[in-house]
Ligand binder design. Structure first.
Ligand code: SF4
Length: 363
């Protein structure tokens, strides 16, 4: 049985409460009855607000060249063991086409962070080509890091309409420790405001179970999402990568999965009509991780449509799944996973978050 303290915390958060200690109590849920109560409450909210339909985004990992050196990331600038690649514009357009043929009405263009003019122009060019090749039908999310507002404006004008910029943590000190080369948390946060002002649907997210991260810190992350009023949330468990400074960090995969699922459930309760991703990192730690993410309240999945030969070179953490699974098998696998929990897939639908549509005209 759930304890009265836990049950009342769940009730308060479910009714719009935002008390950080209530969120901490929910995040701490470990025994079966509490976890079930939390996830069931989140699932009921998901069913009511966004429906039991998995929204798909074809993920294109278009470049692993990165100017930053995040201490947890396998493709950080100073890792000499990475074979760097940048897809040709034609290869990216072909992957976008593949996504559309599979019925994924949205794509995510994900790459390392660069701020040079050549990179800005390249992204403009590829957005315009994708737009022309697919008749402007595809929803396009960019996930290419912190950028100046003028750059964000150009990309928005060239056809991007969503942007995912993960903060990784709302704790400024932890952020500075994780990003010694770029410790300015506030600068990154302002970028979320710029995205909003430029008319993007805005997504952010955090890493869960980082060394030195407490439940109180994760509760503040959740409240940060609510304060920023974001449209999309992408969170994943921290998984160490062998070639990074955090390679030897304490790591308990069971705890990471539990915390990540509890975070998803709490996010759903706090932002009922947001799009929330069930990320690949969850799948890396548990064979049913993605389904469990959906059952905890997530509604978005991102099947990889990048060509197989580039998959191994884009490893942010160790144990990334589906390295040898082509886009067609990955689609079949996904269909099985979603059907197994009695949900459907929103083929041919862009799947914009209701909270974004209420604010912005349809792109
Ligand atoms: S997390 Fe992103 S910005 Fe940081 S090193 Fe990795 S790819 Fe670059």
């Amino acid at each position: 049985m759930s304890s009265p303290g836990f049950t009342s915390a769940l009730e308060r958060i479910g009714n719009g409460g935002q008390d950080p200690s209530d969120l901490e109590a929910l995040l701490a849920a470990q025994d079966r009855s509490r976890v079930d109560a939390l996830h069931s409450a989140a699932y009921a909210v998901k069913k009511r607000e966004v429906g039991l339909v998995a929204r798909l985004r074809g993920l294109i990992e278009w470049s692993n060249t990165c100017a930053r050196n995040c201490t947890y990331c396998g493709i950080r600038r100073d890792n000499p063991g990475v074979e760097r690649y940048t897809l040709e514009v034609e290869e990216i357009v072909a992957a976008a086409y593949r996504a559309r043929e599979f019925g994924y009405a949205s794509i995510v263009l994900q790459g390392g962070e660069r701020q040079d003019p050549a990179h800005t122009e390249r992204v403009v060019k590829l957005l315009l080509k994708i737009h022309a090749a697919t008749g402007g039908e595809l929803g396009v999310t960019l996930s290419v890091g912190e950028q100046d507002r003028s750059v964000l404006r150009r990309w928005r004008q060239a056809g991007a309409h969503r942007y995912l910029l993960r903060m990784e943590t709302s704790d400024r000190d932890l952020y500075a420790r994780l990003h010694p080369d770029h410790p300015d948390w506030e600068k990154r946060r302002r970028c979320l405001d710029d995205l909003r002002d430029e008319g993007y649907q805005v997504g952010t997210g955090v890493m869960i179970g980082l060394p030195g991260q407490s439940l109180a810190s994760l509760a503040r992350d959740l409240l940060f999402f609510a304060t920023q009023d974001v449209d999309m949330i992408g969170m994943g468990p921290f998984i160490p990568h062998a070639d990074t400074p955090l390679a030897a960090a304490d790591f308990d995969s069971e705890r990471q999965v539990r915390l990540a699922l509890n975070m998803i459930a709490c996010a759903r309760l706090l932002l009922p009509d947001a799009n929330i991703a069930s990320t690949t990192a969850l799948q890396a730690l548990h064979c049913r991780g993605r389904e469990r993410g959906l059952l905890a309240g997530a509604n978005v999945m991102m099947p990889n449509v990048t060509g197989l030969r580039y998959r191994t070179a884009y490893q942010l953490y160790d144990g990334k799944p589906s390295l040898d699974e082509d886009a067609a098998s990955s689609r079949r696998q996904l269909e099985r996973s979603v059907a197994a929990i009695g949900e459907t897939i929103g083929y041919g639908e862009r799947g914009d978050a209701p909270r974004a549509l209420a604010r912005l005209p349809r792109p």
